[in-house]
Design a protein around this ligand. Structure first.
Ligand SMILES: *[C@@H]1O[C@H](CO)[C@@H](O)[C@H](O)[C@H]1NC(C)=O
Ligand SMILES: *[C@@H]1O[C@H](CO)[C@@H](O)[C@H](O)[C@H]1NC(C)=O
Ligand SMILES: *[C@@H]1O[C@H](CO)[C@@H](O)[C@H](O)[C@H]1NC(C)=O
Ligand SMILES: *[C@@H]1O[C@H](CO)[C@@H](O)[C@H](O)[C@H]1NC(C)=O
Ligand SMILES: *[C@@H]1O[C@H](CO)[C@@H](O)[C@H](O)[C@H]1NC(C)=O
Length: 558
């Protein structure tokens, strides 16, 4: 009787729970591993990575450190991985293969069968099975290797569809980068596999882990490490120094701030980067003299990466609160969400004078905030209507926009192993932040072609709810990026010119002009009508061939 009643009531409850308007956090399912790296790999799946430790999700009789998260069932399936993927990075190549790079030397050899991950390249080929049952991580220590060991590197898909791997350290380090690998290399290899030394990474020691790196629409790379910035020309191999971040604010690990390339719009795709939070503590102070109670920075700095913008330099704004360990998520309407993190302390574990358990950070910030890039300065931050989560998400947490258009949040673990007894536990609860459009009638794109060449107009049917006037129509081409250690690498939003037919039944969209404006590879297309966003259509931008791919499309107007 009770069982029947439950069966009967459950769907009613779910329907009622999913209808309220506004922003909502919803907890659903557990990740089974600490999801400290997350990357969306298909319309239904994300790959998550952790370190080899005593995680509850099991495979072959031991704790898993990789898993697939299924957005439809809200369940995790373990992945069989050989090398330790702790504190790695990654991205997706022009042929759709996801690549994870780097990791750590085995830490728990008595309980876990992991091999050295520091030089590993892990491949996950395009997965067409919605459940991922037949999809695996490919590793081969004889052939799939980086040139140098890298723990805490960053990765970025560039204009030719390959992955650029930036910096890192040779070995685990308690706080600062004391054994640095100050170089760039590529997957697949360039220059015969010889890494390119970087004076910029040398200069930005000892606070240069997980550099914040962005592909500019001319193909060059903008990079921030510590409080310094450069533009790197991949083709010429030259670094051009740009202004330091103002007021001594540092934004790379272990002083993690959040940074993003703002949405790019036609016809000029003028690149702007905003960085928020981090810390203005001196990096000459030994970590034991720093405190988990040191305030994080509330500073945001924004720069336009044109000759005039660079001359003007960084423009400073202030967030509503101090933040570090936060991440920035581009939303399909062009706003930026700042989510997760703490308002005091630092990244890393058990290295400041007064950690909370092993956490160098304290005072979790559980309420996200929106940054409106086009609002006048002083009016760009709002948390109106945004809820707080019950769950602290600090070091080793992750977040990503999903193909449905909501925000998946997971992880957090300052502990050296799974701990359920510390103040800041190892966190397995998965959570979604649902934007208001998740609970109203939404527009839909139909029959979007699976492959979209550059500079290419295409017309597709659309459904637009009758209550929308369609005064503002936006079509966003998005790389959902790779989340690791408060940086969402390769994340990108390029708005595409789009014209609705007068009967509102179809839309003509023009793809980005070339492979430098949008590095070739997988993407999702979202339609937003009067602020209400559709689900994303999964597409391949460019021809889907393996890197390095040749320049495609047309040049930008000067
Ligand atoms: C949790 O996810 C499952 C699987 O998608 C779904 O059936 C259920 O409605 C969700 N629960 C809530 C409270 O959203
Ligand atoms: C950047 O940091 C370095 C090293 O701490 C410092 O010497 C320099 O003054 C800082 N730059 C700015 C603009 O604060
Ligand atoms: C450093 O950051 C803290 C916290 O935001 C702030 O109170 C302080 O004024 C900043 N110091 C400088 C020199 O900017
Ligand atoms: C992690 O936990 C497992 C089981 O609880 C234990 O066997 C192992 O020794 C721990 N490892 C470390 C490094 O604490
Ligand atoms: C994509 O390219 C990479 C690098 O060359 C290669 O290792 C991988 O096998 C390719 N994937 C597919 C699906 O062809």
């Amino acid at each position: 009787m009770f069982y029947l009643l439950e069966l009967f009531l459950l769907p009613l409850f779910v329907a009622a729970a999913s209808t309220p308007k506004g922003w909502h956090f919803v907890q659903n399912g557990t990740t089974g591993i600490v999801a400290l790296e997350v990357v969306v790999v298909s319309p239904t799946l994300a790959v998550m990575f952790d370190r080899a430790q005593n995680d509850p999700l099991q495979i072959n009789g031991h704790g898993a450190w990789g898993a697939l998260w299924n957005f439809e069932t809200n369940t995790a399936t373990p992945l069989d991985i050989m090398s330790d993927s702790f504190c790695a990075s990654g991205g997706i190549l022009s042929n759709g293969t996801m690549v994870g790079v780097g990791g750590q030397f085995p830490e728990n050899p008595t309980t876990e069968p992991d091999t050295d991950g520091r030089m590993m390249i892990r491949l996950f080929n395009p997965c067409t099975d919605p459940s991922g049952a037949s999809c695996k991580v490919i590793e081969d220590p004889r052939t799939l290797n980086l040139a140098e060991p890298r723990w805490y590197p960053s990765s970025l898909r560039i204009f030719d569809g390959s992955l650029m791997v930036v910096g890192g350290t040779h070995n685990t380090t308690p706080f600062y980068n004391t054994d640095p690998e100050n170089s760039f290399e590529f997957v697949p290899k360039k220059d015969g596999g010889v890494p390119r030394p970087s004076p910029f990474l040398e200069r930005s020691l000892p606070t240069n882990l997980f550099p914040r790196v962005f592909a500019l629409p001319d193909g060059k790379i903008f990079m921030i490490a510590n409080n310094q910035s450069i533009i790197y020309d991949v083709e010429q191999g030259t670094e051009t120094r740009l202004p330091d971040l103002p007021n001594g604010v540092r934004i790379t690990n272990p002083m993690d701030g959040a940074a993003t390339l703002l949405p790019l719009s036609p016809p000029f795709y003028t690149p702007e980067v905003v960085v928020c939070g981090g810390s203005n503590s001196s990096d000459a102070i030994p970590s034991l003299q720093l405190s988990s109670q040191d305030p994080a920075s509330d500073q945001c700095s924004r720069i336009t990466l044109t000759p005039e913008g660079i001359k003007k330099g960084w423009v400073v704004e202030r967030m509503l609160e101090d933040r570090m360990l936060s991440e920035m998520i581009l939303l399909p309407d062009g706003t930026v969400m700042i989510i997760n993190g703490a308002s005091t302390g630092y990244a890393a574990s058990h290295s400041v004078g007064d950690p909370i358990g092993r956490s160098n950070a304290d005072h979790p910030v559980t309420r996200p905030v929106l940054y409106l890039p086009n609002a006048p300065i002083g009016h760009r931050f709002t948390n109106e209507g945004l809820p707080s989560s019950d769950i602290p998400r600090m070091y080793h947490s992750s977040v990503t926009l999903t193909p449905s258009g909501n925000i998946f949040v997971a992880g957090s673990n300052p502990n050296s192993n799974v701990s359920t007894t510390t103040t800041y536990v190892s966190e397995f609860r998965a959570e979604y932040l649902n934007p208001p459009y998740m609970s109203v009638a939404r527009p839909a794109l139909r029959n979007v072609p699976t492959t979209i060449p550059f500079n290419h107009p295409f017309t597709v049917p659309v459904d637009i709810p009758a209550n929308l006037k369609a005064t503002k129509v936006q079509v966003a081409l998005m790389d959902l990026g790779f989340s690791s250690h408060a940086f969402h690498s390769s994340s990108r939003l390029v708005f595409m010119n789009a014209v609705l037919t007068p009967d509102r039944k179809s839309i003509t969209i023009v793809s980005p002009p070339n492979n430098r404006v949008f590095p070739p590879g997988p993407a999702f297309v979202f339609l937003t009508v009067d602020g209400v966003t559709s689900t994303g259509a999964h597409v391949m931008v460019g021809d889907g061939t393996s890197p390095p791919v040749k320049d495609q499309g047309i040049r930008l107007p000067l």
